[in-house]
Design a protein around this ligand. Structure first.
Ligand code: SF4
Length: 403
């Protein structure tokens, strides 16, 4: 079943190449896990602080951003991760640590908070082959998610997000994860679902750099043959099987397909027991534009204090259809006006899709741009730059044979 989603009914997030919500710093290629579907070779190699500073210089030169995701590899394997957090914060960006959490301790978290950490995004799913979590289901991993969320809550003042890669055999688990996020809406601020992709399809395409054909087999991209066409439509349809009123508000389109949802954002208002409604597109637009007017950048992550202000937000009901629905529910059930209402975002991300003619449908206004050779580059396809010095072009095999 596909959900009826029309991009023209939603707000197009205003993120562009030079003016975006985030940038993506990779201080290390080392990781302490080997997740299926990872885009990066696991190499025991860290950047020096001087190299990190140069990457930050590139962001400063080319991109206005609210936050910098500190990723990798796993950034906690970098021995100077606290210094890196401090360097990002010192330049006025919100440092967001993207980690699998394996090497995280509460002491280290407190140290990073003192250095200016704004929040964390934990990658947790059942295809990471974690020690002690092997053969556990996606739902059983909620216990691990909760451990991390509670640690972040104890330290306090940090945003807490989770992302999970969605595979064909875990698609059915999504409603349970969405429910789990609701049960912890007071300490879990963002839930991200990333549709599984394999950037290399050697059955359909040949790959070229310059005029020459290249062998992609050496790249770390996964080639397991799993389903790679799970879309945001599929994820929304799955969520709506249990929450029929689930309502996305904003999106990023693809570079080649204007109606594709590469990033699809929903923001819900509720308590641990009940979701009362969803922000509409006007409210998301207002939040982005207001943030840009105030700070000069589009908003990446809201502080936890803002996520607790769902009730105050109801005052803006005249501007937004989604808020009006929640406001009407409040009139019918006035006790709602005395309860704390939380905001929680649910994002669905669909990385590269290769169209039949070889065009690569990337995220238009990619937030996760990292640095290669002094310029901005898609982080999800950086292996091509590392191996070939530039991104590869995809050419259908039949077309290549005619040349
Ligand atoms: S283009 Fe790639 S790196 Fe950029 S946001 Fe999309 S998936 Fe992420």
């Amino acid at each position: 079943m596909t959900a009826a989603l029309d991009h023209r009914e939603l707000y197009r997030l205003p993120w562009t190449l030079p003016d975006n919500a985030i940038a993506w710093l990779e201080p290390t290629m080392k990781c302490n896990l080997a997740c299926e579907g990872c885009y990066r070779a696991n190499v025991n190699e860290h950047k020096s602080l001087e190299q990190v500073a140069k990457d930050l210089d590139v962001f400063a030169r080319y991109r206005k951003a609210d936050g910098v995701s500190i990723a990798g590899g796993d950034p906690l394997t970098h021995p100077q991760v606290v210094d890196i957090v401090r360097m990002v914060a010192a330049r006025g960006w919100k440092p967001i640590l993207n980690t699998n959490g394996l090497a995280l301790t509460e002491d280290l978290l407190r140290e990073m908070k003192r250095a200016g950490l704004f929040g964390l995004t934990f990658h947790v799913d059942s295809k990471q082959h974690r020690p002690k979590w092997k053969n556990k289901t996606e739902q059983e991993h909620n216990a691990l998610r909760l451990q991390f969320a509670e640690m972040v809550a104890r330290v306090g003042g940090l945003t807490c997000s989770f992302n999970a890669t969605v595979y064909e055999d875990t698609l059915d688990c999504i409603p349970d994860l969405v429910d789990w996020a609701q049960e912890h809406i007071d300490i879990v601020h963002v839930m991200v679902f990333i549709c599984y992709r394999e950037p290399v399809e050697t059955k359909r395409f040949d790959y070229y750099v310059g005029g020459g054909k290249v062998d992609m087999a050496a790249l770390a991209y996964a080639t397991s043959g799993q389903r790679i066409d799970i879309s945001a439509h599929d994820v929304v349809a799955k969520i709506r099987e249990r929450a029929p009123d689930f309502a996305p508000a904003a999106y990023l389109n693809g570079t080649e397909k204007p109606d594709s949802f590469k990033w699809l954002l929903s923001v819900r208002l509720g308590t641990r027991k009940r979701i009362y409604g969803y922000l509409g597109r006007k409210m998301v637009e207002l939040a982005q534009v207001w943030h840009h007017l105030r700070t000069g950048t589009y908003m990446a992550y809201a502080a936890p204090a803002i996520s607790r202000r769902g009730r105050a937000m109801l005052l803006l009901w005249p501007f937004d259809r989604g808020l009006r629905r929640v406001f009407l529910r409040a009139l019918l059930s006035p006790s709602l006006l005395f309860r704390r209402l939380y905001l929680q975002s649910i994002m669905v991300i669909s990385p590269v899709d290769v169209l039949a003619d070889g065009r690569q449908n990337m995220c238009d206004g990619c937030p996760d741009m990292t640095v290669w050779d002094g310029a901005l580059a898609w982080s999800c396809r950086l292996e091509e730059c590392i191996h070939f010095g530039q991104f590869a072009r995809t050419v259908p095999k039949a077309q290549a044979a005619q040349c």
